[in-house]
Ligand binder design. Structure first.
Ligand SMILES: [Zn+2]
Length: 403
């Protein structure tokens, strides 16, 4: 027996013009939105003209010069809304910026959006213009099919996720999606389902010593030596955590180090950046306190001083595997796409770190991009996965919101 739901889903699937969907993704990849500086405005405007032409409601919010957040809505059918029940609002989330192309030579033009052997190449194909375009195509197909949803569907495209989540911070500060009741983020997952991701604590640590002539090192305080001692300590640092069933434990990466100006000068400054990835239950303030204790002791002993600057502080997020929305997301894939999703955890962070603590709603990640292709040269996305994710987003929206 065909349910109203599956009929609505199939009607919307029938609206999918695969060639058009691929061209739309190519159009977005060809717009350079490398961050820094971002320039997401041009991506937002291209989406605006495409979605407005299709008859969808689009709003742009330019939060800084050339940096524009984007909202595309498919409102609930007022006659179908259920009496005495709060309206369900499903937020589709994605970011409009990409990371730089890097210093390695690409075989495929980074902004060429070349198609070769069922893959589409270019910066942002996987992370995450593929996910963004898929969600928008899903909205477009649902709209064109004339489906009357009982709840509202809203796409939120943000600026700056790759650097500081600037766009999502604005969305939260302005309460622009405070009414959302569930969220799915289309960061690259190769069409797998993630229900948890790690947090990030990025630190810039400066150690200050005292300069002296290189022939008289005992007259100075060598900042590089103090930093070296600190590195040795943090290699053995034991962070307090409960292993997470999906995320495991935390990690620390020493990203950059800089110090000294000349061979024959005792360096009076050394700077290091740290990337710490955390799991649920860890308190970033506690980690900072641990690092302060170590640096306090080292600097006191050496006659040096230091400062720690927080460059990024994003909590981990987790939506239970037995949450109703997680269960629905799994069942939808099984029922309509015949695919078996097992909720997993992922190490990267998303705009979800900003949204989840504020909205307190279930947040999941599912996107067509390849997680291992993110930030890589010759980044690509599988065209088949891209098209399948459009079908999945359509099905999930209908199942969650009701038709
Ligand atoms: Zn991303």
């Amino acid at each position: 027996m065909k349910t109203i739901q599956s009929e609505a889903i199939h009607n919307a699937w029938n609206m999918l013009n695969e060639q058009e969907a691929i061209s739309f993704l190519q159009e977005l990849v060809r717009i350079n939105s490398v961050n820094p500086p971002g320039g997401e405005k041009f991506v937002a405007e291209a989406i605006e003209s495409r979605m407005q032409a299709a008859g969808l409601v689009v709003e742009l919010d330019e939060i800084a010069e050339g940096r524009t957040n984007l909202f595309v809505s498919l409102p609930a059918n007022q006659n179908k809304r259920m009496e005495n029940q709060p309206e369900r609002i499903l937020a589709f989330s994605g970011h409009l910026d990409t990371v730089p192309i890097g210093s390695v030579q690409w075989k495929h033009e980074p902004f060429g959006a070349e198609l070769a052997e069922n893959k589409l190449y270019g910066r942002g194909t996987s992370d995450m213009k593929g996910g963004v375009a898929a969600m928008l195509m899903a909205l477009d197909c649902l709209h064109r099919s004339g489906v009357q949803l009982k709840g509202s569907l809203r796409f939120v495209g943000t600026v700056g996720e790759e650097v500081d989540c600037l766009g999502a911070k604005h969305v939260v500060a302005k309460g622009q999606i405070d009414d959302a009741t569930a969220m799915i983020i289309s960061e690259p997952s190769a069409n797998e389902l993630y229900c948890a991701h790690k947090g990030a604590l990025w630190l810039t640590i400066d150690v200050f010593g005292k300069t002296a002539h290189g022939s008289m090192p005992e007259q100075g305080v060598n900042a590089i030596r103090v930093m070296n001692a600190f590195i040795n300590k943090i290699e053995k640092l034991s962070l307090v955590y409960e292993p997470h069933p999906l995320l495991g434990g935390p990690s620390i990466n020493i990203g950059t180090i800089e110090g000294g100006i000349k061979t024959n000068v005792v360096p009076d400054a050394c700077t290091m950046t740290l990337d710490i990835r955390t799991v649920p239950g860890q308190v970033h303030q506690d980690i900072l306190a641990q690092l302060h204790t170590i640096l306090d002791a080292l600097c006191k002993a050496a006659g040096a001083s230091y400062q720690i600057e927080i460059a990024n502080d994003l909590p981990s997020i987790t939506t239970p595997e037995d949450d109703a929305f997680t269960i629905l997301a799994v069942e939808t894939a099984q029922k309509h796409l015949d695919s078996q999703l097992t909720p997993k955890g992922v190490r990267y962070y998303t705009d979800g770190s900003i949204y989840a603590p504020h909205l307190e709603i279930p947040v999941l990640i599912y996107g067509p991009g390849e997680p291992l292709m993110a930030h890589q040269p010759d980044e690509w996305i599988e065209v088949e996965k891209y098209l399948e994710s459009i079908r999945y987003f359509i099905a999930l929206a209908v199942e969650y919101l009701g038709a």
